[in-house]
Design a protein around this ligand. Structure first.
Ligand code: NI
Length: 192
């Protein structure tokens, strides 16, 4: 088990697009160790996901996982662990939803971003098995956030109204109730 230090905004590695993993390398100890470290680091930090460049690697690997009630995002439905190697994403349909997001690499800040409600995602898992899946709702939002990381983007780049930016305490005080009520209705409508 290895919990790694999380890179934060300002570190240039978060702004560099990651490079695809050579399928030959995927089974090797370096990439497998990276995946184990992502799993451990995400869990220790209570993120809903984590991308390789958030722990200093330039490989196109990310994790999404919500096990039980996530203390940072208690309204998020569970996501069985997804280890995404070389993910490719495309939106399905035109529907968008405004989601309040935070990020382990942007300490103590949250803000509203627009995300596609439904996406198709193709990726390899850690065994090299190909997946081709459709994800919806908050789960689709989490996956878009993680793949943005792999493309060198942060949620800050997608904040539509900078007046929505808030520390976690101020979010709790002034935005949480309204957001959770709206997003709970959304999850009931679209599923996840
Ligand atoms: Ni993030």
């Amino acid at each position: 088990m290895s919990v790694r230090e999380i890179t934060v905004v300002g570190n240039p590695i978060l702004r560099e697009p990651t490079r695809p993993v050579d399928p030959e390398e995927l089974a090797g100890p370096e990439v497998q160790q990276l995946i184990d470290d992502l799993i451990d680091t995400r869990r220790a930090a209570n993120g809903a996901g984590i991308a390789a460049n958030q722990i200093g690697s330039d490989l196109r690997v990310a994790i999404a996982e919500v096990d039980g009630v996530n203390p940072r995002y208690p309204y998020k439905p569970p996501i069985p662990r997804m280890v995404m190697v070389n993910p490719v994403i495309e939106p399905i349909g035109a529907e968008m939803v405004e989601i309040n997001e935070g990020c382990l690499s942007v300490p103590d800040l949250r803000g509203n971003v627009m995300r596609h409600v439904e996406v198709r995602i193709q990726y390899l898992d850690r065994e090299g098995v190909e997946h081709d899946e459709v994800k919806r709702g908050l789960t689709a939002g989490t996956i878009q956030h993680e793949i943005d990381h792999l493309d060198g983007k942060l949620f800050l780049d997608r904040v539509t109204d900078t007046a929505s930016l808030a520390t976690w305490d101020e979010f709790e005080r002034h935005q949480r109730d309204e957001f959770v009520e709206r997003i709970t209705r959304f999850v009931e409508r679209v599923g996840s």
